[in-house]
Design a protein. Sequence first.
Length: 564
Amino acid sequence: MKTNPTKLRELLVLPGHIKEADFASLAKKAKEENLSLWSLLVEGGAVKDKEIGQLVAQDLGYSFINLRDEKIDEAALAMIPEIMARSQGIVVFAQTAEEVKVGMANPDDSFIKNNIAKRFGKKVLPFFITNEDLRLALKKYQINLEDALRHKIAAFATADEHKEQQNKIIVEIVDLLLQYAQSSRASDIHIEPQNTNVVIRFRIDSVMHEVITLSKALAEHITLRIKIMAKMRTDEHRSAQDGKFSFVVGEESIDVRVSIVPVTAGENIVLRLLSASNRRLSINDLGLNDKNSSVINEYIKHPHDMILSTGPTGSGKTSTLYGILKILNKKAVHIATIEDPVEYDIEGISQIQVNTKTNLSFAQGLRAIVRQDPDIIMVGEIRDEETAGIAINSAMTGHLVLSTLHANDAATTVPRLLEMGIEPFLLSSTLKLIIAQRLVRKICPKCRSSYKVGKEEIAAIERNHELIDVFEKRGVSDYNALRLYKGMGCSICAETGFSGRIGIFELLVVDDAIRELIIKEVPSVDIRHRARKNGMATMLEDGIDKVEQGTTTLNEVLRVTESG
C-alpha cells in the first residue's frame, strides 16, 4: 500500500517518533529522486520497517503481522499461485478449519479478500504487512521459471563487457519469458514501458497479472530480439508494426502474433500466444450445446446467405468462425478469407492478410476475393459501411458469407448493421443466423467441489431480474438451498480453481417474423422479445446451464453477461 508523505508525517512526526527536520529532508529527497519515502526512512535508520507497519496498520484499523517472525504454513501459501500473490500483494501464511490468515499490502481491498474467501471456502482474516515483508515472504515460493528468468536478468547485468554473452542471455530471457507464459496458461504477454522502467504482465483466463519489472536498457534488448524473431524492422521505432513467429514448448508448437506500437515512454509490445491445440478444436469443443450445434450445422449448409458471430473483443468470435470453417473445408468447395490478422493458417483455404501499407483493407480484399470464384467467404470483421455493403451483396450473389461484428447480444446486431447504412430489405433477405457469445473460465475438473451458495451470491441473484426468471423456470425459488460448484485450487490449475475457458452462446435465427421486424426497423428489444418467443435461449440461460453442470461458476457468468 502506498502511504503518502502527509499521512507518514502525521503518523511519525506529530507523535514524536521522528524529528520534523529529519522527516522534511528525507521527504524532499524522495520527491526529487522519485524514491519511496518509506524506504528512505527505514534505510536511513530514522525508524524501523516494523514500527511504521504497526502505525499504519493501527491507522487503517487492522492487525499488523511481521512475517519475518512468523512460521509460514507452506501448504497454505501454495494455495495462491506465486504470480497472483505478487501481482495482488498478498501472502497466505496460516489457516484453521474456519478461517484463513492473509498478510496484505492493502487490507482494504475487498475484491481480493472475496476472491481468497471463495478459493478457500473460509472466512478471511486480513493483516497489514509492509512491502519489505511481502518481498521476503514471496521468497518462500519454490524456484520456478520466474526465478530462472530473474537469474538470467541478473546475469545480463554482470555481462556488460561481453556483447556475445549478453546476446546469448537475451535469447535465453525471451525463451524463458515465452515458456513461463505458456506454463501459466497466458493468452497474452504485455511488455509496457513506463517512465523509468518496463513492466511485463500476463493475461491469464482474461485477467491481467503483473509478472516482473525490467530496466529500460534490458527491455530495449528484449524488444530487438522480438523484432528479429517476428521479422520486423529493427530500425523502426515511430510506427506500429505487426509480425509473427513460432516456438516450441515440449511437443507443442505455439504461434505468436506480435504487435508493437510506439507510445510516449517507448514501444509497447503485445504478444498473443496461439496454441496449436486450439486449431484442432471442433465446433462442439467451443461450448455449444446439442441444440445450438444442430442449428449451426443446418445453416452452414446453405449455399448462400450470411452468418454473423458477435460479441466484444476477446469473446471467441474468431474461434467460432474457424470451427465452422473446419466443418466446411472440403475439396469440393473454394473457401477464401480476409483477416486482420490471420490467426491460424488453415491448409486448403485461401487466406488474405489485411495490409494498411499497401491499402489492402477489408473492403478491398473482399472485392478481390469475390473475383476469385469462392463458394464460401469469411470476413474477419465488419468494421464499416463499405465492408458491410460488399458482404451483404456477396451473400445475395450466391456466396455463404461468415463474419464477426462487435455487438452486445444477438438482437443488437441488427440495428448496428442498419446504422452502417444497410438497407433493411437487403439485410432481412441475406442475414440468416446471428451467434452471440462470451467466454467464461472453466472450473478445474481436478479440484471441483460443490458448495452451498452464500449471502453475496444470493444478493447477486436477487439484483438480476433476468436471472431470477431463469432460476424460476428451473423450479428454483429457495436460493439458500442452492448448491453450485467451484474449484478449490490444485497443482493442475496453479491453485486458481480454473483451467481454460469455454463459450456461452445465444443463437438468433432470422425467420419470417424476425425479417418483418428488420424491415420495420424496430428497436433491438422487440427483436429480442420475438426471438425469445421463437425459442432462443439467452447467453445467461446457456451460462446457467453450464453453472448447474459444474463447468463454470455463477460469478463468471454474471461477470461476462452483466458487463455487456
